[in-house]
Ligand binder design. Structure first.
Ligand code: FE2
Length: 383
C-alpha cells in the first residue's frame, strides 16, 4: 500500500512570509507576474507591500482585480485575457479561495489552450502544467493555496464546476497572518468553519491514511481553540497565526484524503444563490456528521476529543454524538446562521440541487453514499 501526500513545492508561513516569497521569486526566471485578486482587497491596500517589494526587485507586476465571490467562467476568461495582453510569465493568486481558484484555472488554460473551463471539470482533465503559480491566502479557510482543487461557476448551467488535478497545485503557498488582521468577523467565522469541515471530512473519508489523519486531527484541535478568538478579536495576531496553521493542516489532509458530502451538498446553494461557501458548509456539517456517524463512530469519538470534549466517561456512541454537539456549539459561538432558511432559502429551492449534488466529485470519498431521497431529506434538515 502507498500513501500519497500532495503538496506545494514550497510553503511559506508566518509574519514574514511575504518577504520570504519575494526572496524565493528572485530565484525564478519569471519577471512579469499577473496578480489575480479582488477590488475590495486592492482598496484595503493589502497588496501594497508585495507590489513595492516586487518592483524593488525588478519585477513588473500586472494586476487583474476582477475576481468576485463564487468566480465564474467569465471571470476566468477575463483574467486569462489580461495575462495574454500583458505578456505575463507567472501568476500570483492573492486573496481568498475565489482569487486563488481563478488563478489556478488561468494557469491550467494557459497550458491547455485547446480547452475551456468546463472541459477541465472533474478529476484529472488538466493534462499539462502551466506557468509558475503562487497562491497567497488572505483568509483562513479554503486552503486553496495548498490544494489541487478549484471551483468555478458555470454561468450557462448555474452549477459549480469542481476541477481536481495535481497540475493546479500552486508551486508556492503563502500564509502571512498579518494579511488577516482586517478580515471581518463574519468572513473569519465562515472561512474558519470551512477549514473545520475540510479537516472533519478528511478524517472520516474513505481515502484517509495515517499522514492525513495526523494533520486532520491537529487541524481540528487548533481551529476549535483559535477560531472563536479570531472571530472575537480580529487583531489577535496569535489567533490569526494559529488559524493559518490550522487551515493549512486541514488543506494538507483533504488534498490527499478528499472531502465528502458536506461539500457536495454545500456547493449547490452556493452556486444558485451565491451564498458563502463556509456558511453553507457550517450549516450542513453537523447534519452530515449525524448521517455518517454510524459508519465512523470511533472516528467521531476522536473528533470530540480533538475538539476538547472530555470523553473519558463516555462510551464510543456517546463520544461520537458529543462531537456533533461540539460542532453545533462552535458554529453558534462564531455566529453561523442556524439554517439555510435564515438565508432566504425555501423548500422549493431544494429539488434542483439534488442531481448536481449527486454528481459532485467531492462525494467520491464520502464514508457513506446517499440516494437522491436521502439528499433531499438532508437538505430539508438544513432549512
Ligand atoms: Fe471548502
Amino acid at each position: 500500500m502507498a500513501f500519497a501526500l500532495c503538496l506545494p513545492q514550497i510553503s511559506l508561513s508566518g509574519t514574514d512570509a511575504l518577504c520570504a516569497l519575494v526572496e524565493q521569486l528572485r530565484l525564478q526566471p519569471a519577471r512579469n507576474p499577473l496578480i489575480v485578486t479582488e477590488k475590495a482587497l486592492m482598496q484595503l491596500g493589502l497588496h501594497d507591500t508585495l507590489i513595492s517589494q516586487l518592483q524593488m526587485q525588478g519585477f513588473d507586476p500586472v494586476i487583474f482585480d476582477g475576481v468576485i465571490a463564487n468566480p465564474t467562467d467569465h471571470v476566468v476568461a477575463h483574467a486569462l485575457a489580461c495575462y495574454q495582453q500583458h505578456y505575463c510569465d507567472c501568476i500570483i493568486g492573492f486573496g481568498g479561495g475565489s482569487a486563488m481558484d481563478t488563478a489556478k484555472v488561468v494557469r491550467a488554460l494557459i497550458a491547455n489552450p485547446d480547452k475551456q473551463v468546463h472541459d477541465l471539470e472533474g478529476i484529472g482533465h488538466v493534462q499539462k502544467i502551466g506557468p509558475l503559480l503562487v497562491c497567497i491566502s488572505t483568509t483562513s479557510g479554503t486552503a486553496a493555496e495548498v490544494t489541487s482543487n478549484a471551483v468555478i461557476t458555470d454561468t450557462r448551467r448555474h452549477v459549480k464546476m469542481v476541477i481536481i488535478d495535481s497540475a493546479i497545485i500552486p508551486d508556492i503557498a503563502v500564509n502571512d497572518p498579518t494579511l488577516l488582521l482586517g478580515l471581518p468577523a463574519d468572513v473569519t467565522a465562515a472561512t474558519g468553519m470551512d477549514a473545520l469541515t475540510h479537516a472533519i471530512e478528511a478524517y472520516v473519508s474513505t481515502a484517509a491514511h495515517p499522514l492525513t489523519d495526523h494533520s486532520a486531527l491537529a487541524a481540528i484541535k487548533i481551529i476549535t481553540k483559535a477560531l472563536p478568538k479570531a472571530v472575537q478579536n480580529g487583531q489577535d495576531l496569535a489567533a490569526r497565526e494559529q488559524m493559518t496553521n490550522g487551515q493549512f493542516l486541514a488543506g494538507m489532509a483533504f488534498n490527499s484524503a478528499g472531502l465528502g458530502l458536506v461539500h457536495s451538498l454545500a456547493h449547490q446553494p452556493g452556486a444558485t444563490h451565491n451564498l458563502p461557501h463556509g456558511v453553507c458548509n457550517a450549516i450542513l456539517l453537523p447534519i452530515l456528521c449525524e448521517f455518517n456517524r454510524e459508519v465512523r463512530t470511533q472516528r467521531f469519538a476522536d473528533i470530540a476529543q480533538a475538539m476538547g470534549v472530555d470523553t473519558q466517561k463516555m462510551d464510543e456512541q456517546q463520544a461520537s454524538k458529543a462531537a456533533i454537539a461540539a460542532i453545533r456549539h462552535l458554529s453558534e459561538q462564531v455566529g453561523i446562521p442556524s439554517g439555510l432558511g435564515a438565508l432566504a432559502i425555501k423548500e422549493t429551492d431544494i429539488e434542483r440541487w439534488i442531481a448536481p449534488a449527486l454528481g459532485d466529485p467531492c462525494g467520491g470519498s464520502a464514508p457513506r453514499s446517499a440516494t437522491a431521497e436521502q439528499i433531499r431529506a438532508l437538505y430539508l434538515q438544513a432549512l
